[in-house]
Ligand binder design. Structure first.
Ligand code: PHE
Length: 352
């Protein structure tokens, strides 16, 4: 019996020393010290041995058991340290790699891009960019812009009013920023104002919300020729260097004289005819496309900002307002203005 104990001890300690993993070690613990292990059986059977053998066999079996337990513990420590080390090495990640899969990056909406293009062009001509409130006072939207009482734009069917505040409305154009800009800064002033505007209007070429860019230039000696030159530069940046402009008399309450501005058609080159001789569909055979409203700032408007350094006898200037959707539709051949606001990605993705 003592020999067998010694045999088990020798075999088990060699196996423990050779174990290569914690899992293997656990198997050895079960095999040599578990409930069904031979050594455990020996210890359990001590009581049945003849009394003279009990002391010696029991002592040897207990020593063997203690020794193996100690060896198992040592090996477990050694192995778990090296396993941790290995795991740290194999788990190492390269934090400089891109995420997988890389996320698609969005891009500005065509309306935002077109607005930027207009802004950039005007900044190149020395203008500042300013923004104003979309919820506006009747005073800035109409009164200070020389809209007489009873002007159709003031009517409920054209303008969204705030029910509880009859003098508050959603601005119908970016022009209120003409007056706000002049209140904020004495002349000379050169400013463009991009932003959303609201009218009670809805069809393929009108949306209740749309975008404009306002332009305002006030200084000494500015004339209609300056307006014309400025608009020509802007339209050539938007529609091509070959474009020409045509100014037609028009009426706006806050400009005098007022004009509507047409740009020569960039599809037919202004002839109204396409290569095959058929009528140009973009300008409907006219050779010209209406593109914006403008005019010389009415002295009455300057009268509202006289206290801010605007003396209508000394300074004058011009203003214009251009529709961003219209520019984008023309530049990119978009047939229906509502497509800009459907948020259909198949449409939006075409303008990355
Ligand atoms: N505010 C005018 C509109 O929305 C456009 C305009 C702006 C006309 C500035 C003249 C001068 O129709």
């Amino acid at each position: 019996m003592l020999e067998r104990i010694e045999e088990i001890r020798g075999e088990a300690s060699a196996a423990i020393a050779a174990a290569g993993s914690s899992a293997e070690l656990e198997e050895l613990r079960v095999r040599y010290l578990g409930r069904k292990a031979e050594l455990t059986g020996v210890l359990r059977g001590i009581a049945e041995l003849p009394p003279e053998e009990r002391g010696e066999v029991g002592g040897a079996a207990n020593r063997a058991r203690k020794e193996l337990e100690a060896l198992l513990e040592q090996s477990a420590e050694r192995l778990s340290a090296s396993e941790l080390e290995q795991q740290l090495v194999s788990d190492r990640i390269d934090v400089t790699l891109p995420g997988a899969p890389p996320r698609p990056v969005g891009h500005p909406h065509l309306i935002a891009r077109t607005t930027r293009l207009i802004e950039d062009t005007m900044v190149g001509l020395g203008y500042h960019v300013a923004e104003g409130p979309e919820i506006e006072h009747d005073y800035y939207n109409f009164t200070a812009l020389n809209h007489p009482p009873g002007h159709p734009a003031r009517m409920l069917q054209d303008t969204f009013y705030v029910q509880s505040h009859p003098d508050v409305l959603l601005r119908t154009h970016t022009s209120p920023m003409q007056v706000r800009s002049m209140e904020a800064k004495p002349p000379p002033i050169f400013v463009v104002v991009p932003g959303k505007v609201y009218r009670r209007d809805s069809d393929a070429t009108h949306s209740p919300m749309f975008h404009q860019v306002e332009g305002l230039a006030i200084g000494e000696g500015l004339t209609l020729a300056d307006l014309q030159g400025t608009l020509l530069a802007m339209c050539r940046a938007l529609f091509g260097a070959e474009r020409e402009l045509r100014l037609r008399p028009h009426f706006f309450p806050f400009t005098e004289p007022s004009v509507e501005v047409d740009v020569s058609c960039f599809q037919c080159g202004g002839s109204g005819e396409l290569a095959g001789g058929e009528r140009c569909n973009l300008c409907k055979g006219q050779g010209w496309i209406e593109i914006l409203g403008a005019g010389m700032v009415d002295p009455n408007v300057l009268g509202f900002v006289e206290g801010h350094g605007y003396d209508a006898e000394r300074v004058q200037g011009f203003a214009f307002g251009i529709g961003v959707e219209r520019v984008a539709m023309l530049r990119h051949g978009v047939p229906d203005l509502r497509r800009f606001f459907d948020n259909d990605v198949r449409m939006l993705e075409q303008f990355g």
